[in-house]
Design a protein around this ligand. Sequence first.
Ligand SMILES: NC(=O)c1ccc[n+]([C@@H]2O[C@H](COP(=O)([O-])OP(=O)(O)OC[C@H]3O[C@@H](n4cnc5c(N)ncnc54)[C@H](O)[C@@H]3O)[C@@H](O)[C@H]2O)c1
Length: 255
Amino acid sequence: MTGILDGKVALVTGGGNGIGREAALAFAREGARVAVADYEVESARQTVALINAGGGQAISLSGDVTVAAQVQTMMDGVMAAYGRLDCAFNNAGIAPHQVDSAGQLTHEWSESSFDRMIEVNLKSVWLCMKHEIPLLLASGGGSIVNTASVAGLIGLRTATGYVAAKHAVIGLTKSAALEYAEQGIRVNAVCPGYIVTRMTERTRETRSEAILARTPMRRFGEPREIAEMVVWLSSDRASYVTGAAYEVDGGMTAS
Ligand SMILES: NC(=O)c1ccc[n+]([C@@H]2O[C@H](COP(=O)([O-])OP(=O)(O)OC[C@H]3O[C@@H](n4cnc5c(N)ncnc54)[C@H](O)[C@@H]3O)[C@@H](O)[C@H]2O)c1
């Protein structure tokens, strides 16, 4: 059977869990050889085991995407294993509760929480692109997909650091898209609504009703529904798509 990513090499950051894991599995199903990167090494290995069990080809890479030397080592790992890179999915990220800012208003966020949020959810995306782009240029072009969020398009209460980082991810995406369009690198963002992953576990327990009330489809999204968009954006089927930010949110931002 042929896949839409046959012959491609794909890197997924945050591939150990949630959206990243489903995307890694989807990349492999569509024929890509996959590098699954995460600082939770055991989780990345589990994703690789799932891919291998399904007959795909994958390697795990460990590293913190906020540390330049570790991002470089990740890229070295991709090149050592596969010798090229075609598709990068920059997806690793954290929620406000992971920087102890759950439920906090703008003036209540601590400086260290804000800094860490920007470092993980924004700077890492730039850092990964910085190291991926030379490899994509060497491959003669390719695709980058960055995980933004509906929080990259609208404001949300008690999430200002997260919202600021995700808006900026869309800015990075658009600017890079302009810079490399003529060299065959497409750069896009995906904007998930509320998706069933561990990141939203607490939110789904405490604010489910309010969230579903503003989601026209009246349900949370599944990680595989984001993965489908990521795979399509990464494939040649999206050959005229660059600089775009695609909502996959059950209609939330349309309402
Ligand atoms: N779940 C949602 O509703 C939702 C909605 C919009 C956007 N997002 C975004 O989707 C992405 C994935 O989130 P998820 O819901 O799958 O969460 P998740 O917690 O299930 O997965 C995130 C993964 O990123 C990894 N990670 C975090 N920081 C890292 C770092 N510094 N270095 C390396 N790996 C790191 C984690 O170990 C984890 O495996 C994030 O960028 C998140 O902001 C999620």
